[in-house]
Design a protein around this ligand. Structure first.
Ligand code: ZN
Length: 305
């Protein structure tokens, strides 16, 4: 009897363990999101309230629970604590639980938990600071092909999406090349600011872990999600501008306003869409592609009759 079969009765217990472990990693992710943009160490000093600078006791730093028990306020100064902290902890916990549920006791699970935590950090740092941390993308670009190399020697049950180092390298270069050329085209032809080099490195990293099929899937789904989210954002700001009580802009200048909103006033980061599409591929991407190809393949004639 192998290890997985022995531990099968404890499946639900390990789902909970995965969630708790993810929430603790999420707590550390919050530190990274807050400190990396300022070039600060994530090891020391200990966490302080961003407003009154008082040290946070360990019992006031328990993922999600402390935020709820303190009613989202600092114990010392009483000023509000952002909902972002418990949200990052909950999302990371949920993703770790999903990884265990999807891949179980497999070599892929700890690797994919790491990718999930990395993508949560990328998403929230891009939303708050408009940057994607090199602390994530640089190691990721090397670790992706390294995992594929080790995956070569493992049985199929490892759960790894990519066990062929050539596929990892193809994903790395295709991911980098697609966004790099898109960035150049935007700058040279449209004379608009491009998407930024952080996104290029992020897709290269995702390609290094998920292969070149993964890159194509991620580009397509990130664009779809981005278009929907971008449309909703512009719609929201237009409605806000049209709401009564505010000076209504003349109808002929409104088109220009909308253009300005999408590019400068309310910059739309692309990193979160790449991260979301990357997670989608990680969990169900290859299965979705197989299903799609199967529906395109015509059924045998005798089956149709
Ligand atoms: Zn405080």
């Amino acid at each position: 009897m192998d290890l997985a079969a022995t531990l099968a009765p404890l499946h639900n217990f390990f789902l909970i363990v995965s969630f708790v472990f993810g929430a603790l990693v999420g707590s550390f992710a919050n530190v990274c999101i807050g400190r990396w943009p300022h070039g600060e160490s994530v090891i020391s000093p200990r966490s302080r309230c961003p407003k009154c600078k008082s040290l946070i006791a360990w019992h006031d730093n328990i993922p999600m629970l402390s935020w709820l028990l303190l009613r989202a306020r600092c114990r010392n100064c009483g000023l509000p604590i952002s909902w972002q902290y418990p949200a990052v902890e909950f999302i990371t916990g949920l993703l770790f639980l999903l990884v265990f549920w999807r891949f179980g006791f497999a070599a892929a699970s700890p690797i994919y938990m790491g990718i999930c935590a990395a993508l949560v950090i990328v998403t929230f740092q891009d939303l708050t600071d408009w940057t994607i941390p090199n602390e994530i993308t640089f190691p990721g670009i090397f670790l992706g092909p390294a995992c594929a190399l080790i995956g070569m020697t493992m049985p199929e049950t490892s759960g790894l999406r990519v066990t062929d180092p050539l596929d990892a390298l193809a994903g790395l270069f295709l991911g980098g090349a697609i966004l790099y050329s898109l960035d150049r085209i935007t700058v040279l032809l449209l004379k608009k600011p491009g998407m930024g080099f952080g996104d290029v490195k992020l897709l290269a990293m995702l390609g290094a872990f998920l292969g070149w099929w993964g890159v194509l899937f991620i580009v397509m789904f990130a664009s779809i999600i981005g278009t929907i989210a971008g449309g909703l954002t512009i719609f929201y700001f237009r409605n806000k501008a049209d709401s009564p009580g505010e000076e209504t802009a003349e109808s002929d200048t409104r088109e220009e306003d909308a253009d300005g909103i999408s590019l400068q006033g309310h910059y739309l980061p692309f990193g979160p869409y790449l991260a979301l599409a990357g997670l989608l591929y990680l969990f169900v991407g290859p299965e979705m592609i197989q299903w799609y190809i199967a529906t395109l393949t015509p059924a045998p004639l005798d089956a149709a009759l």
